[in-house]
Design a binder for this molecule. Structure first.
Ligand code: PLP
Length: 364
């Protein structure tokens, strides 16, 4: 190729998505495949969201409301905040990207954990940031080390609570201590993609309350997980309207589609469906803990909809052996040795199929 591209992209690999179920079926000649690889919702999504999409389908010749007014109002109403504090995006993936584009100058310092949601690294790298990496401690964020690493030069601190892929959390006390020491010129991006699943003691369920005091904090959430709208692509961020307005300068004006806005409004108001999802997840994780216990497998207790475990065998080999049995999960990079994998919590039947397949693979 004769065309030079930006040198910041040299270190960025092309994202390799998990294999679609149909490809795995065809390639391995399997009739049934269970996918527990992407922390998707095993119960689907709210039937009210489906009805809302059906009702508006014939209007999809029109552009969506670029301000997503009704969706902002629904989210604001649910959490008792002003609609101006809400910004919906095409998944929170898009928001990670928009934040990086809006705030990172080449050479700016950003701070993040070593094993966490990879988009923080990729987008920061894309903008040419100087990235400070903080190793996990006992599979969790080491907030003391974060505090030591943050300086007046830090532009962004990327935090994920519960963390993907570990499912572990840090406490309200740790969050509040960190927010207190961060300079007002440092943006704290606080990603709560798995917020709805988290109920453990000390977890900061009231994170939005911190936004009143800390104008340099953005709370990111998604409807891809507990609400099951991953394929629609919708997330939202809550924070200071001035910060959100900077992001609005780089946002594609029609970033959340007409159908998605309708689905999201209905989904976010359906508390009954959400409760079913959380209950299924709670039951599923207890079952998987029990199976890991029976098989003598080390794992991290989770506050999310996924669990990491140490197979004590090469993670790629375990992943491939499970694939041959029709179970797709995800090997996790960054551990040494590379023997850890992440499984999403599914329906009880899917969890059972996973546990049986894993037992067979580990006995091979
Ligand atoms: C921690 C975290 N943040 C953000 C996302 C992006 O979610 P989406 O773009 O589907 O809203 C994910 C998806 O897996 C995630 O795990």
């Amino acid at each position: 190729m004769q065309i030079n591209y930006r040198k910041e992209l040299e270190k960025i690999p092309v994202y390799v998505p998990g294999k679609p179920i149909d490809d795995v079926k065809r390639e391995l000649g399997l009739s049934k495949v269970v996918k527990l690889a992407s922390n998707e919702n095993p119960l689907g999504f709210s039937p009210k969201a489906r009805d809302a999409v059906n009702a508006i389908l014939t209007e999809a010749n029109l552009y969506p409301d670029g301000n997503a007014t009704l969706l902002k109002n629904a989210i604001a109403g649910k959490f008792g905040i002003e609609p101006e504090m809400v910004l919906p995006t095409c998944g929170s993936d898009e928001m990670v990207d928009l934040i990086a584009k809006s705030f990172i100058n080449c050479g700016d310092e950003v701070v993040m954990a070593d094993i966490t949601f990879p988009r923080y690294y990729i987008t920061s790298q894309m903008m040419g940031a100087a990235i400070k990496i903080i190793p996990l401690k006992n599979l969790s964020y080491d907030i003391e080390r974060f505090k030591k690493a943050i300086t007046a030069d830090t532009k962004i601190v990327w935090l994920c609570n519960p963390n993907n892929p570990t499912g572990t959390t840090f406490s309200e006390q740790e969050l509040s201590d960190l927010l207190e020491m961060v300079p007002a010129s440092t943006l704290v991006v606080y990603d709560e993609a798995y917020y709805e699943f988290a109920s453990g003691e000390g977890y900061p369920k009231n994170s939005l309350a911190y936004l009143k005091k800390y104008k340099n904090m953005l709370v990111m959430r998604t409807l891809s997980k507990a609400y099951g709208l991953a394929g629609f692509r919708v997330g939202y961020t809550i924070g200071d309207p001035e910060l959100l307005n900077v992001i609005n300068r780089v946002r594609n004006p029609f970033n959340v589609t007409l159908l998605t806005q309708a689905a999201a409004i209905a989904a976010i108001l359906d508390d009954e469906f959400l409760q079913k999802v959380v209950d299924n997840n709670d039951r599923g994780k207890e079952y998987i803990y029990k199976e890991f216990g029976r098989l003598g497998i080390e794992f991290a207790k989770t506050e999310a909809n996924h669990i990491i475990f140490n197979a004590k065998k090469d993670s790629i080999q375990v992943f491939e052996a499970l694939l041959r049995k029709g179970v797709i999960i995800r090997p996790i990079k960054g551990f040494s040795p590379e023997t850890w994998l992440r499984v999403s919590i599914g329906t009880m039947e899917e969890n059972r199929v996973f546990a049986e397949a894993l037992e067979a693979v580990l006995a091979e």
